[in-house]
Design a protein around this ligand. Sequence first.
Ligand code: SF4
Ligand code: SF4
Length: 471
Amino acid sequence: MSEQIPVHNVTPPARKDGDTVDLYASREKIYTRAFSGLFRNLRISGGIVLFLLYFGTVWLDWGGHQAVWWNLPERKFYIFGATFWPQDFILLSGILIVSAFGLFFITVFAGRVWCGYTCPQSVWTWIFMWCEKVTEGDRNQRMKLDKSPMSASKFTRKLAKHSLWLLIGLLTGLTFVGYFSPIRELVVDFITGQADGWSYFWVGFFTLATYGNAGWLREQVCIYMCPYARFQSVMFDKDTLIVSYDPRRGEKRGPRKKELDYKAHGLGDCIDCTMCVQVCPTGIDIRDGLQIECIGCAACIDACDTIMDKMNYPRGLISYTTEHNLSGQTTHTLRPRLIGYAAVLLVMIGVLTGAFFMRSLVGFDVSKDRVLYRENAEGRIENVYSLKVMNKDQVDHVYVLDATGLADLKLQGRREIRVPAGEIVTLPVELSVAPEQLPSSTNEVKFILRDVEHSGSEIQAKSRFIGPQVR
Ligand code: SF4
Ligand code: SF4
């Protein structure tokens, strides 16, 4: 006899007012409940470190300027002791690629820990939720407040909440712009109304972006807007750490008295208190299984562990686990995919570190004048060049210039070039040769720049010396 495939009706329910089907579900506001626990404490500690880094780094000085500073007008990027120029952007791209691989590695190993603990969207959302709790109360109070008609008390609470949100947004925006425009001057100019229009525009833009993302959009950003959320599920395997409910232990769920011999009544450990749902910032029920909305924040673990403690049941009904663990199989921590990511990551970090320390700290560029050649008062053939010397180091350098490539080659102009730290010096120089010494009408010449004070290293740049036709 042939087996029949079971069929489930997945048609969305019709609206009450007719037979048309509403495919658009408007967002339901999520009222999260306050909770405590190990993972919450970890998140707060991590959040404080990130906050200090974000708000504090911008105020540090290094080598006479802001320690981390995207100086866009001069096209220089300072990160503490290192200065990056447009030519070094390959290194910055490398840093981004290494960061992406680091994220892949972490995702394969521990799922969405980045989302739950360190993503700015999550960190700022948790802070905004805290402001909400301080001004409007906990979950039930907020629900009641939203249902109540407008009153002086409601207005004051809402005003306080939005003011706090805007203040945090403003500090975030000001700090962000401060990474591009020196923060000390920016803050003073901003307050005194002396800042330029673009500064006001960008601070306003990032203030509103923070206010909108962390205050209003929240989980919508993670669910619908974040590209990382979309593609990371393909990186998961059955050994990736996920936040999961153990249905074998939890079902059959149901309320009961603490002292009841629930197992004798066919009940599992889940008392169906819905605390795990009430604390979830994305409003999902983890008991329904792994869902794309889950950002792995572990709030439901903390909430459920508290309930388990109250019931005197063992902790871990919701826990960090793996699909293999849940199905009773062994979890393989070291697996080919993870080892592959780790190996690629280590190689890339090695290459990047090598490239960083081996990069030349002097840039040298020679361009020849458009006038092909001229004869000077001594009857020598003369070519004019423009030299550009770029000091990428944090200290001043003195270079000595020389030129080779032709017999009787004379260099006129400055031989000693002092280039301040992080600056570019452009200077004209002339080379001259007696016409009878020219082997050809176009000849290769080399400019040599020696760093006499520091490394003694030299850098060369080639150019052409043009003369009249040689018979
Ligand atoms: S918090 Fe734990 S006990 Fe309560 S509903 Fe969730 S899984 Fe069940
Ligand atoms: S289900 Fe749990 S881990 Fe996932 S987002 Fe909700 S509270 Fe966080």
